[in-house]
Design a protein around this ligand. Sequence first.
Ligand code: KG4
Ligand code: ZN
Length: 332
Amino acid sequence: MIVLGLETSCDETSAAIVRNGCAILSNTVASSLEFHKKYGGVIPEIASRMQLETITGITESALEKAGKKLKEVDLISVTNRPGLIGSLLVGISFAKALSLSLNKPLIGVNHVYSHFYANFLNGEKIRFPFIALVVSGGHTNLFFVRDFDKIDLLGQTQDDACGEAFDKVAKILGLGYPGGPVIERMAKLGDPKKIKFNCSGTKNELNFSFSGIKTAVLYYARDRRLSLKHKQDICASFQEAVIEALIRKAIAACKIKKTPRLVVGGGVVANQRLRKKFHQAAQGLDLKCYFPQTFLCMDNAAMIAGLGYQLFKKGYRSDLNLSLDLNGRRVC
Ligand code: KG4
Ligand code: ZN
């Protein structure tokens, strides 16, 4: 089954062709990041305008790279939640127009769930149930996943998302946007033990909080003249504390649910230090950690096509009333 995936929940416009939920024939991504940089964050109006201008070309390019024609597409799978209103509307409207004109089925997919689905692309076999940790610019969630349509929320951030904290700390240190990649680069040259930063505790041990550590960095940096070395140490110490909190909570969830499989996804998971520390922590615990290929950590349409296929196989369908659902946790 050939699925066209469409993803426009934040600043990316992406289209992908995926066969049978796992073989990526193409995965084309355009980002409006360059236009947001000077503002230090994503400006929704700029994102949706760019998406409107690029979605047709991106889709044509995905089809061409896959060597497929529109009429060969069997299903159209589109992100319809959560995300920026204008951005989501561009993808949903485009998907509905294609579905109507081609007379092909349509399915709306939850972007957050698709982040852990990225692990299933290229044929990885992972047994249910498992714990999923999604760490992105907009979300930090722990799920107990019994099937692709049976997903229980165990914990979530009480304030900033993890990627958002990376972005804000980078802004405080004058390192630019997005913060994750530059903090990782700086951290490689810094001492992670130099400054004692901690993520705040939460009432529910499976919830997260990142605004406290961000403020701690702000207070630490505010009254000092920071040398490059000093900034590298701050980045390394901040990154280490965040990774430590993510590992601690993910392992706690695995223990509570007695699940030896941990499936991780989202933009922050592109971080190599994070991967290394997770693998180290899992050793000796009889726990297997799964990570997507790095290029599948960021927002992309292949993960939307893949999850859409799995839900379609289970009998889920959307119709032309499909709309956005800003905070919805439904699977379809
Ligand atoms: O999943 P994603 O592409 O978009 C959302 O759905 O939010 O995640 C983007 C986030 C940004 O906050 C970015 O700073 C962070 O992922 N990120 C990283 C790294 N690469 C991207 N965070 C830490 N280390 C990285 N290497
Ligand atoms: Zn995302």
